[in-house]
Design a protein around this ligand. Sequence first.
Ligand code: NI
Length: 184
Amino acid sequence: MILPIYLYGEPVLRKLAEEVDVESTDFKPLIADMFETMYHAGGVGLAAPQIGKAIRLFVIDSEPFKEAFPDVQIYKGAFINPIITEEWGDNFVFSEGCLSIPQISEEVTRKSQIRIEFFDENGTFHEAEFDGLVARIIQHEYEHLDGRMFVDNLSQIKKIVLKRQLTDIATGKTKPAYKTPRKK
Ligand code: NI
C-alpha cells in the first residue's frame, strides 16, 4: 500500500522518534508498505517519520543509484532501532534530495564511512560497516529519526536562499507527484 509522504513543515518530521519493541511487533507489513511508497516516489531511502510515524525505523535501497554510479554498492534493507556508533574517513560531498523536501537538492558534507548497529525486519541484530553512497543514504535517513533533515546542515546563506522554496513546500504550494497527507 502506498502511504502519503509528509512534507517539510509537518511537525512529525521534527519529533525525536521513539525506539520500538522489535521482539513483540512484526514490522514486516509496515516495511513492505514503506518500500512500495519509496519506489513509487522514486526514492532511495524512507524514514518512518516521513510517513507520519515517529518511530526509529527506516528503509533504504541503493539500486536506483546504479545507473548514475555503476560502482555503487547495492544494499536493500530495513534498519530498526539503529545506532550509528562511529563515523570516520574523508569528508564526502554529495548532492542530496529528500522525498519530504521536493524539488530541492543541495550538497551536504558527511564522513565517508560509518558503523551501525540495527535490527532487520526479521528482528535479527546486526553490526555492520558501510561506506560511499550506502553510508550516505543511511546518514540521511538516520537524521530523520532525530527530527532533523538534510537542509539543517546547510550554511546560513544557503538556508536564506532556500527559505522561499521551503515555505512553498510547508504551505502546500509545491506539490510533488506522489501522495501527501491532506492539509487540515
Ligand atoms: Ni529525507
